[in-house]
Design a protein around this ligand. Structure first.
Ligand code: ATP
Length: 228
């Protein structure tokens, strides 16, 4: 059974059409990239899937069911950078985040381990590198031990070291069994970390399938994100 099914999703913001009948399906264990240039509809797609935006038409199913608070607990999401407390440690920040999310505090240790922050857990957030800050943001999505992670451009704004750390982490989390849905405007990022890809351009689905078949056989000029 697919983890996520989007069926014929459309979304308009006033006179702007952001999505035009998007249909896609994410299988368990995949790292599913939503690839497209700025404004192609990636954030809109993730927002509708997560229930923070309402579609103009179409439907969303998670784990074969209508979205509900029960199945939302099985999803960890990073749509925007969380606010961490600069003078608190990584561990204290995660314990607070677990409290806010009503997540089991015992999942903090696993989140620190998986993100490689275990040895720095008692250090204050303000001393962290950009990559470590973003790894802590990813750790907060792991609280409650969700099966699926939804990440909107998780390497945006990072330095090259941070980008490499976050890409490695996504690969490790996938190897740990998470299904991951990740929006990116970077072709090389999708090639490096994703198993599957849907290519969006101006709200249209241009291609979808396993990364290697889509990126090898399709016209790479069309797929390469650029100005619309
Ligand atoms: P980005 O990487 O820049 O966020 P994206 O691929 O995630 O791009 P969306 O943010 O989903 O794309 O935007 C799709 C289209 O919808 C764009 O034309 C954008 O300007 C428009 N849009 C998004 N949010 C709104 C909004 N709240 N009000 C009006 N138009 C919006």
């Amino acid at each position: 059974m697919p983890i996520l099914e989007l069926d014929n999703l459309s979304k308009s913001y006033g006179s702007t059409t952001a999505l035009k009948g998007l249909t896609l399906s994410v299988e368990p264990g995949s790292v599913y990239g939503l690839l497209g240039p700025n404004g192609s509809g990636k954030t809109t797609t993730l927002g509708i899937a997560l229930g923070v935006l309402r579609a103009s038409s179409g439907s969303v199913r998670w784990f074969g069911q209508e979205p509900s608070s029960g199945n939302r607990r099985r999803i960890g999401a990073l749509l925007e950078t969380p606010n961490f407390f600069p003078y608190l440690s990584a561990r204290q920040n995660l314990l607070l985040a677990a409290d806010v999310k009503h997540a089991d505090p015992s999942t903090v240790d696993r989140a620190l381990d998986l993100t490689g922050l275990g040895t720095r857990q008692h250090d204050a957030f303000r001393g962290f590198s950009l990559g470590m800050k973003q790894r802590l943001a990813l750790a907060s999505t792991l609280l409650g031990n969700p099966e699926v992670l939804v990440l909107d451009e998780p390497t945006n704004g990072l330095d090259p070291q941070g980008i490499a750390e976050v890409r490695d982490l996504v690969t490790r989390l996938a190897a740990d069994g998470k299904t991951i849905i990740i929006a990116s405007h970077l072709l090389d990022e999708v090639e490096k970390v994703c198993t599957h890809v849907a290519v969006l351009q101006r709200g249209d689905l241009r291609a979808a399938g396993p990364v290697h078949s889509i990126l090898a056989t399709a016209d790479r000029v069309v797929l390469r994100p650029g100005p619309d």
